[in-house]
Design a protein around this ligand. Structure first.
Ligand code: PMV
Length: 323
């Protein structure tokens, strides 16, 4: 049995930063994201009784990947099967550049894996499963705005994403200013762990993120773009502040990232509402209203390697299924 699924990546406006359970990938705080249309992963899974080992081909090259290997084991355990997996994946996301390729990758893998096993799992189930590959993957199962509820239960059964679609999605653009497309130096997993274990700012971050999320939900429901932008920018900066308090301290900021942030502030001074955020890499993501996307992209194009304008992306879907 074989199935192909597509999932888009997402950019968090309220960040997930820090786990309360490393093994079950349970976050310390709930997060909220915007799924983007430009970056996605297309993955085919075949559960093959005759194969002696799992195979993983990414962009035409055979790979050995510990995270993928663990995730295949997790799927076998969940689905109660023993067959080996043949996985073929095309990643339309610059890998490991802070553009969360793992989010679309594990969302697509979970959905294709489940469908290839002949199952008809709910999106809620797929989101919970994708979480085991990468926390942010739980959010890539849905389109538009998405909230990943941290949940309360120790077993993590109530920790999955839910859609928070709103008309504001169609009025918003996300401009990605690519500073580097190289492999990041500190992975999100390692960065989070070091922050949780050593940063005195971590506890404050968790409570601030919860407050930011509540305000963000209200701002989205009011379709108040300015408020959404302000909360996005301050939440991202609070997340990055925790890394400076870690031991040893680290940062994802590069000189060019700071220049781009300045340019965004300058846009605002000139009456263009635009707000930045960053993830576990040096690229800067800027949100603005659609009518201003070209002005923003033009302003940033001299400072970045590449500038890409994205809009709201759709939920993950199965595009072919052969039983
Ligand atoms: O899903 P992970 O383990 O790659 O972590 C993602 C962490 C951030 O991108 C920095 C924030 C987020 O919520 O996406």
């Amino acid at each position: 049995m074989r199935a192909t699924a597509i999932a888009h990546t997402n950019v968090a406006l309220i960040k997930y930063w820090g786990k309360r359970d490393e093994h079950l990938i349970l976050p310390a705080n709930s997060s909220l994201s915007f799924t983007v249309d430009k970056f996605y992963t297309k993955t085919t899974v075949e559960w093959d009784k005759n194969s002696a080992q799992d195979t993983f081909i990414l962009n035409g090259e055979q790979k050995t990947d510990a995270k993928v290997a663990r995730f295949i084991d997790k799927m076998r355990e969940e689905f109660g099967i023993t067959s080996k997996a043949i996985i073929t994946s095309e990643n339309h996301v610059p890998t490991a550049a802070g553009l969360a390729s793992s989010a679309s990758a594990f969302a697509a893998l979970a959905l294709a894996g489940s469908s290839a096993a002949g199952r008809d799992d709910t999106k809620e189930y797929i989101s919970r499963l994708a979480r085991f590959g990468s926390g942010s993957a739980s959010r890539s199962v849905f389109g538009d705005f998405v909230i990943w509820e941290k949940g309360q239960q120790p077993d993590g059964n109530d920790s999955f994403a839910i859609p928070f679609t709103n008309k504001l999605c169609d009025k918003m653009s996300l401009v990605v200013a690519v500073v580097s497309d190289k492999e990041k130096k500190v992975s999100s997993r390692d960065g989070m762990r070091l922050t949780v274990e050593t940063s005195p700012f971590f506890e404050k971050w968790v409570s601030a993120a919860e407050t930011d999320l509540e305000e963000m939900k209200k701002a989205i429901l009011n379709e108040d773009f300015i408020k959404v932008g302000e909360i996005t920018e301050r939440n991202g900066m609070k997340m990055h502040a925790t890394t400076l308090g870690a031991e040893p301290p680290f940062t994802y900021f590069q000189p060019q990232s700071l220049e781009i942030m300045d340019a965004v502030r300058e846009l605002r001074e000139n009456g263009i509402p635009a707000y930045f955020t960053m993830d576990a890499g040096p690229n800067v993501k800027v949100i603005c209203e659609r009518e201003n996307e070209n002005i923003v992209a033009e302003k940033l194009s001299g400072l970045a390697k590449n500038v890409l304008i994205c809009h709201a992306g759709k939920e993950a879907s199965v595009i072919s299924d052969e039983k």
